[in-house]
Design a protein around this ligand. Sequence first.
Ligand SMILES: CC(=O)NC[C@@H]1CCN(c2c(Cl)cnc3[nH]c(-c4cn(C)nc4C)nc23)C1
Length: 285
Amino acid sequence: KNTHDKKNAWALTDFDLGRALGKGKFGNVYLAREKESRYVVALKVLFKSQILDADIEHQVRREVEIQCRLRHPNILRMYGYFHDEKRIYLILEYAKHGALYVLLKQRGRFDEKTAAIYIRDLTKALIYCHAKKVIHRDIKPENILIGHNWELKIADFGWSVHSPSSRRMTLCGTLDYLSPEMIEGKPHTYAVDIWSLGVLCYELLVGLPPFDAKHSNQTYLKIRYVIIKYPEYISEKAKDLMSKLLVVVPEHRLPLTSVLQHPWILENAPEGVPPPVFNPENLHP
Ligand SMILES: CC(=O)NC[C@@H]1CCN(c2c(Cl)cnc3[nH]c(-c4cn(C)nc4C)nc23)C1
């Protein structure tokens, strides 16, 4: 058999399946290893019936086309996909340390250096996405994974596969990360990603999203009028950056390239500094 012929299609028999990494409405994600190369991947299995019933086939197709095209160290790779009669299989990069929101829950909140490194890397990933005309990567802690070098990886779970202990209802979706223009049903532009970057920055530093409230109508009002309380331990520079991202008028939000030049980033996440090593000893009391 000519060993150089390009594999034209993957099949389930090419993989050894491992434990379930996450379960969700449209299917589960499994740890898997490609037999020949022994390369470890995450295999996302989606049921065609569920996709058709929920009429999200076009969304799945679009997500796959986008994610296959994106190649960036801070974006979870999709290596390929295949399907059989009942299921669609997405071959995804395996992120060794799991979802950011799990680490955040464990630690309560991150120190400013760790948070700044994650915000810097997320900003670089978003600059790359926007250059490729891709917006709304749905950035929130549930959709961010951590790689083997503790680096951040945006993983877009558009069809909300989430790990067992997923914190928030994902289908009707928590309002926390929605920008004012999205809440008002206005068309969303690249600027929605800048808004959610600000929301994420707050959540990494505080442990709760800025517009958190008991009832969603309260969250709605807090978002619309940008009602935010900063705890006293947040530095002035961090507050300055968040106040320039969480701006109601989309065009007035700080451009992503300027985020990388902001004093809080330059001071806390200078280039060439390795990502934070997460050791359970320095957990917040
Ligand atoms: C929101 C959320 O938790 N997403 C998890 C989805 C299910 C597993 N997915 C993974 C995907 Cl798509 C890729 N890599 C992963 N690594 C893990 C993981 C690692 N640990 C130690 N624990 C877990 C869990 N999960 C994945 C995505």
